[in-house]
Design a protein around this ligand. Structure first.
Ligand SMILES: [Fe+2]
Length: 293
Protein backbone atom coordinates (compact mmCIF):
# COMPACT_ATOMS: atom_id res chain seq x y z
CA UNK A 1 0.00 0.00 0.00
CA UNK A 2 1.62 3.22 -1.16
CA UNK A 3 -1.33 5.28 -2.27
CA UNK A 4 -2.30 6.73 1.08
CA UNK A 5 -3.26 10.13 2.45
CA UNK A 6 -3.08 11.67 5.91
CA UNK A 7 -5.87 9.41 7.12
CA UNK A 8 -5.19 6.13 5.36
CA UNK A 9 -1.50 6.13 6.33
CA UNK A 10 -2.78 4.72 9.63
CA UNK A 11 -4.38 1.81 7.76
CA UNK A 12 -1.13 1.30 5.85
CA UNK A 13 0.65 0.83 9.17
CA UNK A 14 -2.00 -1.65 10.34
CA UNK A 15 -1.62 -3.54 7.08
CA UNK A 16 2.14 -3.91 7.55
CA UNK A 17 1.90 -5.35 11.07
CA UNK A 18 -1.10 -7.62 10.52
CA UNK A 19 1.06 -10.75 10.67
CA UNK A 20 2.42 -10.00 14.16
CA UNK A 21 2.33 -13.40 15.90
CA UNK A 22 2.08 -11.97 19.43
CA UNK A 23 -1.57 -10.88 19.59
CA UNK A 24 -1.07 -8.69 22.65
CA UNK A 25 1.78 -6.85 20.90
CA UNK A 26 -0.47 -6.44 17.86
CA UNK A 27 -3.26 -5.00 20.00
CA UNK A 28 -0.90 -2.58 21.79
CA UNK A 29 0.81 -1.43 18.58
CA UNK A 30 -2.48 -0.89 16.74
CA UNK A 31 -3.88 1.22 19.59
CA UNK A 32 -0.62 3.13 20.19
CA UNK A 33 -0.21 4.11 16.53
CA UNK A 34 -3.91 4.86 16.05
CA UNK A 35 -3.76 7.32 18.97
CA UNK A 36 -0.39 8.72 17.92
CA UNK A 37 -1.59 9.44 14.39
CA UNK A 38 -4.86 10.88 15.70
CA UNK A 39 -2.91 13.14 18.04
CA UNK A 40 -0.78 14.48 15.17
CA UNK A 41 -3.89 15.12 13.05
CA UNK A 42 -5.81 16.69 15.95
CA UNK A 43 -3.14 19.29 16.73
CA UNK A 44 -2.06 19.63 13.09
CA UNK A 45 1.50 18.93 14.21
CA UNK A 46 4.17 20.95 12.43
CA UNK A 47 7.58 19.61 11.47
CA UNK A 48 9.30 21.93 13.99
CA UNK A 49 7.02 20.70 16.76
CA UNK A 50 7.72 17.10 15.79
CA UNK A 51 11.46 17.87 15.97
CA UNK A 52 11.00 19.48 19.38
CA UNK A 53 9.25 16.30 20.52
CA UNK A 54 12.07 14.11 19.25
CA UNK A 55 14.63 16.37 20.94
CA UNK A 56 12.66 16.22 24.18
CA UNK A 57 12.51 12.41 24.21
CA UNK A 58 16.20 12.24 23.32
CA UNK A 59 17.01 14.51 26.27
CA UNK A 60 14.84 12.37 28.57
CA UNK A 61 16.88 9.32 27.57
CA UNK A 62 20.19 11.14 27.96
CA UNK A 63 19.20 12.33 31.44
CA UNK A 64 18.50 8.77 32.55
CA UNK A 65 21.18 6.77 34.32
CA UNK A 66 21.52 4.12 37.01
CA UNK A 67 20.71 6.72 39.64
CA UNK A 68 17.98 8.57 37.83
CA UNK A 69 15.16 7.43 35.57
CA UNK A 70 13.83 10.46 33.73
CA UNK A 71 11.35 8.38 31.70
CA UNK A 72 9.71 7.13 34.88
CA UNK A 73 9.60 10.72 36.09
CA UNK A 74 7.89 11.59 32.82
CA UNK A 75 5.43 8.76 33.41
CA UNK A 76 4.76 9.96 36.96
CA UNK A 77 4.33 13.61 36.06
CA UNK A 78 2.01 12.66 33.19
CA UNK A 79 -0.29 10.70 35.49
CA UNK A 80 0.49 7.47 33.61
CA UNK A 81 2.09 5.68 36.58
CA UNK A 82 -0.98 6.36 38.69
CA UNK A 83 -3.26 5.27 35.84
CA UNK A 84 -1.33 1.95 35.76
CA UNK A 85 -1.78 1.57 39.50
CA UNK A 86 -5.50 2.32 39.26
CA UNK A 87 -5.88 -0.33 36.56
CA UNK A 88 -4.12 -2.81 38.85
CA UNK A 89 -6.27 -1.72 41.80
CA UNK A 90 -9.41 -2.36 39.76
CA UNK A 91 -8.26 -5.89 38.99
CA UNK A 92 -7.26 -6.44 42.62
CA UNK A 93 -10.58 -5.29 44.07
CA UNK A 94 -10.91 -3.77 47.53
CA UNK A 95 -7.24 -3.65 48.53
CA UNK A 96 -5.47 -0.53 49.71
CA UNK A 97 -4.72 1.63 46.67
CA UNK A 98 -1.23 1.30 45.27
CA UNK A 99 0.91 4.40 45.00
CA UNK A 100 4.22 5.11 43.34
CA UNK A 101 7.36 3.44 44.68
CA UNK A 102 9.82 6.28 44.25
CA UNK A 103 13.57 5.98 43.79
CA UNK A 104 14.54 5.73 47.44
CA UNK A 105 13.26 2.27 48.31
CA UNK A 106 15.93 -0.17 49.47
CA UNK A 107 15.61 -3.94 49.45
CA UNK A 108 17.62 -4.26 52.66
CA UNK A 109 16.29 -1.75 55.17
CA UNK A 110 17.21 -1.91 58.88
CA UNK A 111 15.15 -4.53 60.74
CA UNK A 112 13.29 -2.83 63.57
CA UNK A 113 11.05 -3.94 66.43
CA UNK A 114 7.45 -2.81 66.67
CA UNK A 115 7.42 0.55 68.43
CA UNK A 116 10.97 1.46 67.38
CA UNK A 117 11.51 4.78 65.67
CA UNK A 118 12.52 5.00 62.01
CA UNK A 119 14.24 8.31 62.79
CA UNK A 120 17.67 7.33 64.05
CA UNK A 121 19.73 10.42 63.32
CA UNK A 122 17.34 13.32 63.32
CA UNK A 123 15.13 14.04 66.26
CA UNK A 124 12.06 16.08 65.38
CA UNK A 125 8.35 16.31 66.06
CA UNK A 126 7.20 12.72 66.41
CA UNK A 127 4.04 10.71 65.95
CA UNK A 128 3.09 7.08 66.27
CA UNK A 129 1.69 5.40 63.20
CA UNK A 130 -0.27 2.25 63.83
CA UNK A 131 -3.02 0.02 62.54
CA UNK A 132 -3.87 -3.46 61.33
CA UNK A 133 -2.83 -5.25 58.17
CA UNK A 134 -5.85 -7.14 56.87
CA UNK A 135 -7.03 -9.25 53.97
CA UNK A 136 -9.96 -8.21 51.77
CA UNK A 137 -12.41 -9.92 54.13
CA UNK A 138 -11.12 -7.82 57.02
CA UNK A 139 -9.24 -10.68 58.67
CA UNK A 140 -5.89 -9.65 60.18
CA UNK A 141 -2.76 -11.00 58.49
CA UNK A 142 -0.36 -12.14 61.25
CA UNK A 143 3.33 -11.29 60.91
CA UNK A 144 3.12 -9.44 57.59
CA UNK A 145 6.22 -7.39 56.79
CA UNK A 146 5.96 -3.65 56.45
CA UNK A 147 8.77 -1.47 55.06
CA UNK A 148 8.45 2.24 55.73
CA UNK A 149 10.62 5.02 54.33
CA UNK A 150 10.23 8.76 54.29
CA UNK A 151 11.90 12.12 53.83
CA UNK A 152 12.96 14.36 56.70
CA UNK A 153 11.56 17.73 57.70
CA UNK A 154 13.48 19.32 54.82
CA UNK A 155 12.03 16.90 52.28
CA UNK A 156 15.30 14.95 51.90
CA UNK A 157 15.81 11.17 52.01
CA UNK A 158 18.78 9.66 53.85
CA UNK A 159 20.87 9.21 50.71
CA UNK A 160 20.27 12.84 49.73
CA UNK A 161 21.13 14.14 53.20
CA UNK A 162 24.01 11.82 54.16
CA UNK A 163 25.15 10.14 50.93
CA UNK A 164 25.08 6.38 50.33
CA UNK A 165 25.63 3.88 53.15
CA UNK A 166 23.80 5.78 55.91
CA UNK A 167 20.37 4.53 56.99
CA UNK A 168 17.83 6.88 58.41
CA UNK A 169 14.08 7.23 58.19
CA UNK A 170 13.62 3.72 56.90
CA UNK A 171 12.94 0.36 58.47
CA UNK A 172 11.22 -3.00 58.23
CA UNK A 173 8.69 -4.08 60.83
CA UNK A 174 6.93 -7.40 61.31
CA UNK A 175 3.29 -7.15 62.38
CA UNK A 176 2.32 -9.06 65.51
CA UNK A 177 0.15 -12.19 65.64
CA UNK A 178 -2.97 -10.03 65.27
CA UNK A 179 -1.71 -8.20 62.19
CA UNK A 180 -1.04 -5.04 64.18
CA UNK A 181 1.87 -2.73 63.50
CA UNK A 182 3.08 0.42 65.19
CA UNK A 183 6.18 2.55 64.98
CA UNK A 184 7.49 5.98 65.91
CA UNK A 185 8.23 8.41 63.13
CA UNK A 186 9.06 12.03 62.55
CA UNK A 187 6.76 14.08 60.34
CA UNK A 188 8.12 14.36 56.78
CA UNK A 189 7.95 17.40 54.52
CA UNK A 190 6.85 17.70 50.93
CA UNK A 191 9.52 18.16 48.31
CA UNK A 192 10.18 18.94 44.68
CA UNK A 193 10.68 16.37 41.96
CA UNK A 194 14.04 16.87 40.14
CA UNK A 195 13.48 20.05 38.14
CA UNK A 196 16.92 20.22 36.51
CA UNK A 197 16.14 17.94 33.55
CA UNK A 198 13.84 17.94 30.53
CA UNK A 199 10.86 16.71 32.56
CA UNK A 200 11.38 19.56 35.03
CA UNK A 201 11.40 21.98 32.09
CA UNK A 202 8.14 20.52 30.80
CA UNK A 203 6.55 20.68 34.25
CA UNK A 204 7.61 24.33 34.56
CA UNK A 205 6.44 25.15 31.03
CA UNK A 206 3.01 23.74 31.82
CA UNK A 207 2.58 26.06 34.81
CA UNK A 208 3.28 23.54 37.56
CA UNK A 209 5.65 23.81 40.51
CA UNK A 210 6.84 20.17 40.63
CA UNK A 211 6.03 19.77 44.32
CA UNK A 212 4.84 16.61 46.04
CA UNK A 213 2.93 16.62 49.34
CA UNK A 214 4.53 15.11 52.46
CA UNK A 215 4.18 11.33 52.54
CA UNK A 216 5.43 8.08 54.01
CA UNK A 217 6.12 5.23 51.60
CA UNK A 218 5.22 1.62 52.41
CA UNK A 219 5.81 -1.78 50.96
CA UNK A 220 3.88 -4.65 52.55
CA UNK A 221 4.77 -8.27 51.95
CA UNK A 222 3.34 -11.59 53.02
CA UNK A 223 3.25 -15.04 51.49
CA UNK A 224 0.09 -15.61 49.47
CA UNK A 225 -0.54 -11.88 49.04
CA UNK A 226 0.37 -9.40 46.38
CA UNK A 227 3.17 -7.04 47.40
CA UNK A 228 1.51 -3.75 48.22
CA UNK A 229 3.51 -0.64 47.37
CA UNK A 230 1.70 2.41 48.59
CA UNK A 231 2.08 5.63 50.56
CA UNK A 232 0.09 7.76 52.94
CA UNK A 233 -0.11 11.49 52.32
CA UNK A 234 -0.43 14.42 54.71
CA UNK A 235 -2.74 17.36 54.13
CA UNK A 236 -0.25 20.08 53.31
CA UNK A 237 -0.39 22.83 50.68
CA UNK A 238 0.53 20.38 47.90
CA UNK A 239 -2.08 17.71 48.63
CA UNK A 240 -4.40 18.70 45.75
CA UNK A 241 -1.63 19.29 43.21
CA UNK A 242 0.85 16.42 43.58
CA UNK A 243 3.18 16.70 40.57
CA UNK A 244 3.39 12.89 40.46
CA UNK A 245 -0.38 12.28 40.88
CA UNK A 246 0.31 9.78 43.68
CA UNK A 247 -2.35 11.05 46.07
CA UNK A 248 -5.68 9.29 46.21
CA UNK A 249 -8.36 10.29 48.69
CA UNK A 250 -8.14 7.00 50.58
CA UNK A 251 -4.40 7.44 51.11
CA UNK A 252 -4.70 10.79 52.91
CA UNK A 253 -4.10 10.63 56.66
CA UNK A 254 -4.49 13.02 59.57
CA UNK A 255 -2.25 13.54 62.56
CA UNK A 256 -4.59 13.15 65.54
CA UNK A 257 -4.03 14.23 69.15
CA UNK A 258 -2.53 11.69 71.57
CA UNK A 259 -4.90 9.08 72.95
CA UNK A 260 -4.64 6.57 75.75
CA UNK A 261 -5.87 3.93 73.31
CA UNK A 262 -2.88 4.34 71.02
CA UNK A 263 0.17 2.03 71.31
CA UNK A 264 2.28 5.04 72.39
CA UNK A 265 -0.21 7.23 74.30
CA UNK A 266 2.15 10.20 74.72
CA UNK A 267 2.50 10.88 71.00
CA UNK A 268 0.26 12.40 68.32
CA UNK A 269 -1.00 9.53 66.25
CA UNK A 270 -1.61 8.46 62.68
CA UNK A 271 -3.97 5.50 62.58
CA UNK A 272 -4.12 3.64 59.27
CA UNK A 273 -5.13 0.10 58.30
CA UNK A 274 -3.79 -1.62 55.20
CA UNK A 275 -5.63 -4.21 53.11
CA UNK A 276 -3.64 -6.70 51.06
CA UNK A 277 -5.08 -8.71 48.20
CA UNK A 278 -4.37 -12.37 47.46
CA UNK A 279 -1.57 -12.96 44.98
CA UNK A 280 -4.01 -14.75 42.69
CA UNK A 281 -6.19 -11.65 42.30
CA UNK A 282 -4.03 -9.66 39.88
CA UNK A 283 -2.83 -10.36 36.39
CA UNK A 284 0.13 -7.99 36.17
CA UNK A 285 1.58 -7.49 39.65
CA UNK A 286 3.75 -4.56 40.58
CA UNK A 287 2.91 -0.89 40.86
CA UNK A 288 4.92 1.55 38.82
CA UNK A 289 6.92 4.59 39.75
CA UNK A 290 8.94 6.79 40.21
CA UNK A 291 12.01 8.80 39.70
CA UNK A 292 11.46 11.24 42.50
CA UNK A 293 8.56 10.18 44.55
FE1 LIG B 1 8.75 10.01 48.29
Amino acid sequence: MIDFDEKSVTDAFFDQIKGTPNKRLLQIMRAAIRHLHSFAREVDLTRDEWKAGINFLTAVGQQSSEDRQEFVLLSDTSGLSTLMNLLEDRRGDKGTNASILGPFYREDPPILELGDTVAKLKPGPEAVMYGTIKDVRGKPIPHALLDAWLADEKGLYDVQEHGPGVDDLRGRYRADENGRYWFRTTIPSGYSIPMDGPVGDLVRNTARDGMRPAHIHFRLMHQGFQDLVTAVYFKDQYIETDAAFGVLRKLVVEILPPSKDSPIPSLPRIPYDFTMIPSSAVRHPGPLGSAAA
